[in-house]
Design a protein around this ligand. Structure first.
Ligand code: CP
Length: 317
């Protein structure tokens, strides 16, 4: 593997899940793999889990890690080619990415969408400029449209918890939010669920909140949340802003918040969320603090996902 931007970069989902779960049992078994190698983590946006879990993962593999909050500590970056740089940007990504590529063996980038220009966001202009100019393997720490480290974590979490011979029913549900959020997590979760042949996957959201069909694929979409949740084994909760009326909030229906009552007809479903989560807006306290929530162990698994990804890249360097 020489980059990790989407599920398409992974030769085998079951194999990388197995690698991650092996690291969970024995975190330091490949301590020598990253010796004398440096991971550069470049942030254009905030993070708690992705930043910390990837640092821990890299260190478990013996790597050095440098974290650079380029949005706050670096020069203002120009991302467009061929522009006259007589405005507010100081350094072109052509030089910035290429220079960082001189310092690091692997580069990991977090860059959110602007949610103003669908075409710009969905062509993944920012992360693609790093891929083009860094000359090093690039790992997405969440890009404009996808969050593959989160989704690999989610697959690992479902895999380790599901012990029955039948496929689990996994329902991804939209939930309300006060801010317009990216579609990256739900796009990515749908993409990974569709690529992984071990679940029955259903999506539920208000009408009009359809995701890009490229990621939603053939997954059934049910507009009635209660109906969709019936018999669910896992409920994956996430808000996203409208993809069609791009970046807008077109539904504020609070009844989509996940409560114990909403989970009543599930199969005692485990409740997942990528975090951070707004309590009593997206998911009620009673659920997050109750026995069905697995959001903390889910976040814990971020380490093993990142470690599996970094190890696959290191093995091919
Ligand atoms: N889930 C997730 O990516 O969390 P952070 O934004 O805190 O990294």
């Amino acid at each position: 593997m020489n980059q990790f931007i989407s599920v398409g970069d992974v030769p085998s989902v079951p194999r990388i899940v197995e690698t991650a779960l092996d690291y969970k049992k024995n975190p330091f078994k490949d301590k020598g793999l990253g010796e004398n190698k440096t991971l550069g983590m470049i942030f254009l946006n905030p993070s708690l889990r992705t930043r910390l879990s990837t640092q821990v993962a890299a260190r478990n593999l013996g790597m050095e890690v440098v974290v650079f909050n380029i949005d706050k500590e670096g020069w203002a970056l120009e991302m467009n080619d061929g522009v006259v740089m007589n405005g507010n940007t100081t350094e072109h990504v052509k030089e910035a990415a290429a220079v960082m590529g001189q310092y690091f063996d692997i580069m990991a980038i977090r860059t959110f969408p602007g949610l103003k220009n669908k075409e710009e966001d969905y062509t993944e202009k920012y992360i693609n400029q790093f891929i083009k100019y860094a000359g090093r393997p690039i790992v997405s720490l969440e890009s404009a449209t996808l969050h593959p480290l989160q989704s690999l974590t989610d697959v690992i979490t479902i895999k380790e918890r599901w012990q029955q011979p039948r496929k689990p029913k996994v329902v991804m549900t939209w939930a309300p939010h006060v801010k317009a959020l990216p579609q990256a997590v739900p796009n990515s979760f749908a993409e990974w669920m569709n690529a992984w042949d071990e679940v029955d996957f259903v999506i539920t959201h208000p009408e009009g909140y359809e995701l890009d069909p490229k990621f939603a694929g053939q997954a059934p979409v049910i507009y009635n949340q209660e109906e969709a949740l019936e018999g669910a084994d896992f409920v994956y909760v996430k808000n996203w802003s409208n993809y069609n009326d791009y970046g807008k909030i077109t539904c504020t229906d609070e009844s989509w918040m996940i409560t114990n009552e909403r989970l009543r007809n599930t199969n005692n479903a485990s409740v997942m969320h990528c975090l951070p989560v707004r309590r009593n807006v997206v998911i009620a306290d009673e659920v997050l603090d109750g026995p069905q929530s697995i959001v903390i162990p889910q976040a814990g698994n971020r380490v093993w996902a990142a470690q599996a990804v970094l190890s696959e890249i290191l093995k091919h360097q």
